[in-house]
Ligand binder design. Structure first.
Ligand code: DMJ
Length: 644
């Protein structure tokens, strides 16, 4: 694999060391073990070394005899032995810190110029701007209404709408997936009529479907149907013991159906001989079986936990969380390539299978849920879940080291694949699915607060800055995957021109794009399924950096959806080829167009206080669940129906 373009701190132009918050223990260990220090120690004389040793010893003596000071831990500290040892280290640490910090450190302040160069935008949009974005948000709401009206007219109760043939299709097991996936978007948009229609359909039909239907995929059903029910429960006031929705069923109806569904889905875990669940469930008799190749996808088995954890929290029944979290606890023990994992896992042996590594299909949301599940559970202070954060950080280091390269000639940053594991060659190929990563990286860096606030409060480490930089660069590439085509819509997969790879004549068709020679689109990859990942990342990056360019990019993408995918009779359709005009159409409106794509666009153009990212976590299908300390704690509180 070519390592000519490592993506590391060298590429980050922030002087961020001064903003970094490090514990005393980290300061000492990191200093001792940085390679520079090691190199210097090897060459220094014994005299110098003894001198240093004596100074250090004296400092320790002074500190251990100073007065007592309460210790502070940051919830992420780890690797210490007994409580006693930890106490000693933290006490000494606090004293040492006090000594070092006798002169108070001023909070970092950025000059106007620095704010611009660091990508921080603090200026309030003017009134005209506000009106412009409100109008654009109304356009998205109208698009949702148009999509729903097509579905309602031709496909109500089916999983998906085929908008060109004007009929319904059950591609997801027949649970009316579009109804459930759309419901919380309608709630967020305040579309009461849709909430009433979708809510009533769910109340009258879904339980019966669950008890009668056949094969469903565990992952798809969890993220779309279970996830949709759970966020509808929350948004309609369920875990505040209130009914906030003016229309539709009571919140407890959503919860009751969610429990019945999850009880059957649990069979995928309980029938498997390992902690890795089978991929498919036969709902009608609560049995489960593996897929035809006997394998489960890594991303599928690790993208159930946000939903199962939240269900345990609101139902008071710990069984969902217990089963789901066994997957991560098991993954923790398996060998990895710099934190990266193969895309298949066997439910029979519990081992990863094959060597293919990618952040696209079958790999993607493993990485997304590592950080999101940690964010969901981190308020549980016993440190049990810190390993998720560590696995995430290690994996992102692996991404930056092994998978990130830049294109020729314009240096677009992309995340490629390792088709043969760490020993195989590098493939300069990126699924559109990988475009979830900028949003996840930004979220992982600031934990959902703005970059400005995170910097003011000294919360960002060097790795956080590296991840944020990668997030912004990668979001740009994802956007250019749209603007390089004739339709302004991205292909399903893009290849990138590098020193080892180029194919002529396979541009996106937009000759005025600066990147027409950087991005290569093969014939079989030219379709667009109305996917959300890029607008999802634009939404998260806008919330975190406040940079208006993300809104403008989102608006351009939305206009292209309007222009080329809208079907007059109702609904929107996938395309077969985004590089030709007019684009050949495919006849399918995926449920995630209503559940995710339009929801993220609506939130991107709206007020940032709606569903704030430090108080909610979106599941991989864009269904928001609240992060409330109390609800995930053992024992819960009065709001809880029981314990987890
Ligand atoms: C959605 O179902 C989810 O976002 C999933 O994580 C990936 N695939 C689709 C959208 O592209």
């Amino acid at each position: 694999m070519s390592k000519s373009l490592p993506y590391s701190v060298k590429d980050v132009h922030y002087d961020n060391a001064k903003f970094r918050h490090r514990s005393f223990f980290k300061v000492i260990t990191q200093t001792l073990f940085t390679s520079d220090m090691k190199r210097e120690c090897v060459s220094c004389s014994t005299g110098k070394f003894l001198g240093l040793f004596m100074i250090f010893g004296l400092a320790c003596l002074m500190l251990t005899h100073a007065s007592k000071t309460p210790s502070v831990t940051d919830g992420l500290s780890k690797g210490l032995g007994t409580n006693e040892e930890q106490k000693v280290v933290t006490d000494v640490g606090v004293r040492f810190k006090k000594l070092l910090r006798r002169a108070p450190r001023l909070p970092p302040r950025l000059s106007g110029n620095e704010k611009v160069s660091s990508g921080i935008f603090t200026g309030k949009p003017n009134e005209h701007d506000e009106e412009k974005w409100k109008a654009r948000q109304r356009n998205v709401k109208e698009a949702f209404t148009h999509a729903w009206s097509g579905y309602k007219k031709f496909a109500m109760g089916y999983d998906e709408l085929l908008p060109l043939s004007m009929q319904g299709f059950d591609g997801l097991g027949g649970l009316g997936a579009t109804v459930v996936d759309s419901l919380d978007t309608a709630m967020i948009m305040g579309l009461e009529e849709v909430v009433s229609e979708a809510g009533s359909w769910i109340e009258s039909n879904l339980l019966e479907r669950i008890s009668q239907k056949g094969d469903v995929n565990l992952f798809e059903t969890t993220i779309r149907v279970l996830g949709g029910l759970l966020s509808a429960y929350h948004l309609s006031g369920g875990d505040q013991d209130m009914n906030l929705a003016n229309t539709g069923p009571k919140p407890t109806i959503y919860l009751e159906i969610a429990k019945k569904l999850a009880d059957r889905l649990l069979s995928a875990f309980t029938s498997s001989p390992t902690p890795i669940p089978y991929s498919d469930v036969l709902l009608k008799n609560s049995s489960a079986h593996p897929s035809s190749n006997l394998l489960s996808s890594t991303s599928e088995v690790s993208t159930l936990q946000l939903e199962f954890n939240y269900l345990s929290a609101i139902s008071g029944d710990p069984k969902y969380k217990t089963e789901g979290m066994k997957v991560f606890a098991h993954f923790k023990t398996l060998p990895k390539v710099e934190g990266l994992v193969p895309i298949y896992v066997s439910p029979h042996s519990g081992e990863f299978i094959g060597q293919e590594i990618r952040l696209g299909s079958r790999g993607d949301s493993y990485y997304e849920y590592l950080i999101k599940v940690w964010l969901q559970l981190r308020s549980i202070q016993d440190g049990n879940f810190t390993y998720l954060y560590d696995m995430y950080e290690e994996a992102m280091r692996g991404v930056r080291h092994l998978l990130v390269q830049k294109t020729i000639p314009n240096e677009l940053v992309f995340v490629g694949e390792l088709p043969g594991g760490s020993k195989g060659s590098f493939s300069p190929k990126m699924d559109h699915l990988v475009c979830f990563l900028p949003g996840t990286l930004a979220l992982g860096a600031t934990k959902g607060i703005t970059k400005e606030k995170a910097m003011k409060d000294n919360l960002l480490t060097i790795e956080d800055f590296e991840n944020l930089k990668l997030a912004e660069d990668l979001a740009k590439t994802c956007f250019e995957m749209y603007s390089v085509t004739s339709t302004g819509l991205a292909p399903e997969i893009a290849y990138f021109h590098t020193k080892d790879f180029y194919e002529d004549g396979l541009g996106g068709g937009n000759q005025s794009s600066e990147y027409v020679n950087d991005i290569i689109i093969k014939f079989n990859d030219r379709h667009n399924l109305l996917r959300p990942e890029t607008v999802e990342s634009l939404f998260v990056l806008y919330r975190i950096t406040q940079d208006p360019k993300y809104r403008e990019w989102g608006w351009q993408i939305f206009q292209s959806f309007e222009k080329y995918t809208k079907v007059d009779s109702g609904g929107y359709t996938s395309l077969n080829d985004v590089t030709t005009l007019p684009p050949p159409r495919r006849d399918k409106m995926e449920t995630f167009f209503l559940g995710e794509t339009l929801k993220y666009l609506y939130l991107l153009f709206g007020d940032s206080s709606v569903i704030p990212l430090d108080k909610f976590v979106f599941n991989t299908e864009a269904h928001p669940f609240p992060i409330k300390d109390a609800i995930y704690l053992e024992g819960g509180n009065n709001m809880m129906k029981g314990t987890m």
